[in-house]
Ligand binder design. Structure first.
Ligand SMILES: [Zn+2]
Ligand SMILES: [Zn+2]
Length: 359
């Protein structure tokens, strides 16, 4: 089977099925809306969820409010477009980005794509991510080396024969891939090339005005190869993305590293895949590398964050089951929200006086 590239610059350039088929099962809130074509104000950082499930896409269970796509988060601030993970939610995001490029043809179409790790639920949208097929885009990939493979090998290996008909190296977009290690700091200026600072070269340096700062924590709280936790900062806004972590199953030191990394963040997005019953039940989910809402609450409280977002929902859980987990978590930590497709979180870059209530 030979794929042909469609004329460049179209939102439908990625080689998936018909756009209408791709939308079946997606919740109404998942359609591109307020972020489509709009530039986010310079005084805010806005995070939008395009996929919130773990393990695999679940269109039948996810046909309601929570949604069925796997992990993908879009962060916009000023000129920046930063994405964390390319699960199946990245397909809808890619279509929206292509539409925005059509609406703003004079602007550079630069995207920063961070990968936490290489499990399929975090990568399966990548081969169908429209900007890869569009020469107007420059996609800068960052992520960890894993299982003795360089990050660039991991990504390129996901789009090659016999697994996929389009080879990563033949794509018409511009792409750069760089490895991130534990403790690295990525500074992304409003214009120009991002810079990686490691501890030896001054990771204490802070971002200049208009820049995004991303700090990386390599965590062993996920089997078998670990995962990267990211902290995104812009001005006073600070968001931590900690998916695919299992609290309390490894060493206390490993848990505490995550607490310190998240300390004082406005928003902590944390794995909360399993109910307590499923985690501790007859078919225990212990050791799978995922947390319960109670574990996420523990990290949020210890780190003193302002808001906790429950994320990486089990693909079997209905809307009601997911919302029940939120209700239980709110007993221990009132500022809890549940990630769902289309949810947007706004973080102010400047905090005036008392710390803002964010939920
Ligand atoms: Zn996962
Ligand atoms: Zn995983």
């Amino acid at each position: 089977m030979a794929w042909r590239f469609r004329p460049f610059g179209r939102a439908s350039a990625a080689p998936h099925a018909t756009p209408s088929a791709a939308r079946i099962g997606r919740s109404p809130t998942a359609q591109p809306r307020s972020l489509g074509g709009a530039r986010i104000a310079d005084d805010a950082l806005v995070a939008r969820f395009w996929g919130v499930r773990g393990s695999y896409p679940t269109p039948r269970v996810g046909a309601g409010v929570v949604g069925g796509e796997t992990t993908c988060l879009e962060i916009r601030s000023g000129r920046h477009t930063l994405i964390i993970d390319a699960g199946s939610g990245a397909i809808g995001l890619g279509e929206a980005l292509a539409s925005r490029a059509n609406a703003t043809p004079s602007q550079p179409q630069d995207i920063t794509l961070l990968l936490t790790h290489a499990h399929h639920d975090h990568l399966c949208g990548l081969p169908f991510f429209a900007p890869l097929y569009d020469p107007r885009f420059h996609v800068r990939f960052f992520g960890p080396d894993l299982a003795h493979l360089r990050f660039s090998e991991i990504i390129a290996g996901y789009m090659r024969a016999p697994y996929f008909p389009v080879d990563f190296h033949s794509l018409p977009s511009r792409r750069t891939l760089r490895s991130l290690g534990d403790g690295d700091r990525l500074l992304i200026p409003a214009d120009g090339e991002p810079q990686i600072l490691d501890a030896a070269t001054g990771s204490s340096a802070s971002a200049p005005d208009g820049a995004l700062q991303v700090d990386a924590l390599f965590s062993r709280l996920h089997p078998a190869d670990g995962t990267m936790v990211y902290r995104v900062s812009a001005g006073a806004a600070r968001l931590v993305f900690a998916t695919d972590v299992e609290i309390g199953a490894h060493s206390a030191d490993a848990d505490q590293r995550l607490v310190e990394f998240a300390r004082g963040a406005d928003t902590l997005i944390h794995d909360a895949q399993y109910s307590e019953e499923d985690y501790n039940g007859a078919e225990s989910k212990r050791g799978f590398g995922h947390s319960t809402p109670a574990m996420a609450v523990r990290i949020a409280r210890d780190a003193g964050v302002n808001r906790l977002v429950l994320f990486h929902h089990d693909p079997h859980y209905s809307d009601d089951a997911v919302m029940e987990l939120q209700r239980r978590a709110q007993v221990g930590f009132p500022q809890v929200v549940t990630a769902r497709e289309g949810l947007e979180l706004r973080l102010e870059l400047r905090l005036d006086g008392a710390r803002q209530r964010l939920v």
